[in-house]
Each structure stands twice: as C-alpha cells, then as structure tokens.
Design a protein around this ligand. Structure first.
Ligand SMILES: NC(=O)c1ccc[n+]([C@@H]2O[C@H](COP(=O)([O-])OP(=O)(O)OC[C@H]3O[C@@H](n4cnc5c(N)ncnc54)[C@H](OP(=O)(O)O)[C@@H]3O)[C@@H](O)[C@H]2O)c1
Length: 300
C-alpha cells in the first residue's frame, strides 16, 4: 500500500471547514452501526451536532434506546433509533425495509459495529466465526442490501468502513493470499474464498503456520476482507455518485481495548465524521485513512 501524508486537513480547525463546506442539511440521512457506545456513539453524536438526521443502530434494543434517549436529553432530537444486529440476515432485512419506508433512502453509511474477543496481548481464534461474521459478512450484507437506497445525489453518497491497520495487506506473509488480494481485478468471490480458507485453517488447526496476520489474527483477517471488499466496491462505483473509504481510528479508549488507548472515542469520531462529510469535490474513493490530522492516506 503506497502512502502519502496529507496535511491539508487539520482536524482542530474542522469547525471552520464545516462552516464553509456545508453540503448537507437536516434531510441528509446517516446510518451508523454498533452505535450504543464507543466510537459509533461518538460518531452519531457528532453527526447530530452538525445537523444531519442520524440513525443510531444497536444490536440490543435496551442499550440502543438508552443511548438515543441520552442524546435527546442533550438536545439532539435529530437522532432516531432502530435495532440492528449486523450478524443476523433477518435483522438486516427488517432494518433495510424500515429505512426505505421511513426515509425513502440514505446518504451516508458508517459500518462501525465490530468485535474482538482478545485482550491486547492475546491471540485466540476461538470465536473466529463470530468475528468474521460481525466484522466482514455483516457489513457486506448490510451494504449490499442498502445499495439500491443510496440517494446518489450530486453531493455524493458515502460509505465509511471503520477498519483497522491490522487488516493491512502488509500484515499477510502468505504469498498466495497476498497475491490474490492484490489482484487488480479482484472479485467478491475471491475475497469470500480467502475468508473461507482462513476459517477452514482455524477448524483444522493449521492457521498459525499459514502466514496469516500475527496479531489478533481473526480480527485482522476480518478487516483485511473488509478493506478488500471496500476496494472492489469503490471500483464498481468509480466515477459515479457513491464513495467508499476505510478509516482506522488508531488505538482508541473503548470497551474493545478495555479502556486503553491514546485518545478518546470523541477524538476518533471527529476524524471519522470529517472524512464522511468531506466536500464532494474533495471526497476520494477507494482510500484508507489512518490516524489524525495530518493523517495518512493511501489507496486501498
Ligand atoms: N478501539 C480501537 O482501538 C479500534 C482501533 C481500530 C479499529 N476499531 C474499530 O472501531 C469500531 C468500533 O469499535 P470500538 O472501539 O468503539 O468498540 P466497542 O466500544 O466495543 O463498540 C463496538 C460496538 O459494536 C457493537 N456490536 C458488536 N457486535 C454487533 C453486532 N453483531 N451487531 C451490531 N452491533 C454490534 C457493540 O454492541 P454491544 O454493546 O451490544 O456489544 C458496540 O456498540 C470497530 O469496528 C473496531 O474494529 C477500534
């Protein structure tokens, strides 16, 4: 992945950037998954503060409703709640039809929901299937199901996948897997094939000697697949009115890191939201963003 440092956006001055480049309105609909806590909740809050209509989704109804009520108490009455478990096809189907009947379409999707079952220095793959289902198959099915509903207005619809640098291609040491994922004309079937190979290797106890990423292996493979899918999707819509990018928020203080990290979810959300709201003429597609202003940006 070739990378360059982009320093034209310093996120401390995002407020003025927002003021001069405001392309959205209260009718702009943004959907955020896994938003009852952590980075997802902070992203919802920031979108709502900036005046969009935001759909806070969460897999567990009580937790989602509670988070939404709290935001409403803070005066953010432009937040709606709907239950969505991204690992369940039926839940995705119900949600997508609710979006269609309630809003007629959407403008922004932030695939944020994610799991890891490891502590910082652990590397168990005991829950690999759940990790892959939640972090890759779920967002992929949700995205595919929502594709017909994106408004594709001149302001450009946007998908921002919250990913991780752990899913970078340079973490893969197996040449065959690496070559497959780096193919210019990579297909969704080939990505599915790589994921299937990993899950079979886990089942048969071969995964440790096959050159998969070495840290949080199941999580890394899920984000590797999410990045690859984002690249394929971005290519499919190249030159059209849908942009697809990934963002790694860096080491953030959330439940996933047991509260450890270099910055708060609010700080990570500030960057995520600023990327999701880039003015149409500055919005790239098929890019991977990492860190803070100046941040690192590379092609997926
Ligand atoms: N924190 C970091 O350092 C870091 C670094 C790089 C990338 N990320 C990514 O950032 C994203 C947000 O993570 P976070 O750090 O904010 O972690 P978090 O606080 O643990 O939040 C994860 C969220 O995902 C939800 N979720 C889990 N499984 C779900 C499912 N099946 N359907 C719907 N929602 C589900 C959780 O809901 P429950 O409350 O019900 O469990 C929770 O709301 C993830 O994609 C993660 O991989 C985080």
């Amino acid at each position: 992945m070739e990378s360059k440092l982009v320093d034209q956006f310093h996120f401390s001055s995002m407020v003025s950037l927002y003021a001069s480049n405001r392309w959205w309105s209260g009718d702009t609909v943004a959907v955020v998954t896994g938003a009852n806590k952590g980075i997802g909740l902070a992203v919802v809050k920031r979108f709502a503060e900036l005046g969009l209509t935001v759909v806070l989704t969460a897999r567990e109804e009580e937790r989602g409703k509670k988070a939404t009520e709290k935001l409403r108490e803070e005066g953010l009455d432009n937040v709606r709640f709907f239950a969505l478990d991204v690992s369940k096809a039926a839940s995705i189907k119900t949600f997508v039809s609710w979006v269609e009947t309630t809003f007629g379409g959407l403008d922004i999707l932030v695939n944020n929901a994610g799991v890891s079952f490891n502590d910082i220095h652990e590397n168990s793959v005991e829950f690999a299937e759940t990790v892959i289902k939640t972090n890759f198959h779920g967002p992929k099915l949700l995205t595919d199901s929502l594709l017909p509903l994106f408004r594709l207005s001149p302001s450009i619809s946007r998908i921002l996948n919250i990913s991780s640098r752990l899913g970078s291609i340079n973490k893969v040491r197996n040449h065959t897997i690496k070559a497959t994922l780096q193919k210019e004309r990579l297909s969704e079937e080939e990505i599915e094939g790589v994921v299937k190979m990993f899950l079979e290797a886990v089942k048969e106890g071969r995964w440790e000697r096959e050159g998969w990423p070495q840290i949080w292996t199941d999580y890394s493979v899920s984000k590797l697949a999410l990045n690859a899918y984002s690249r394929v999707l971005a290519k499919r819509f190249e030159g059209g009115r849908l942009s697809v990018n990934c963002f790694c928020p860096g080491y953030t203080q959330t439940s996933m890191t047991r509260g450890q990290g270099t910055h708060t979810p609010d700080a990570a959300a500030e960057v995520a939201v600023s990327l999701a709201l880039l003015p149409p003429h500055e919005l790239p597609t098929g890019h991977f963003f990492l860190g803070f202003g100046p941040y690192n940006q590379s092609r997926l």
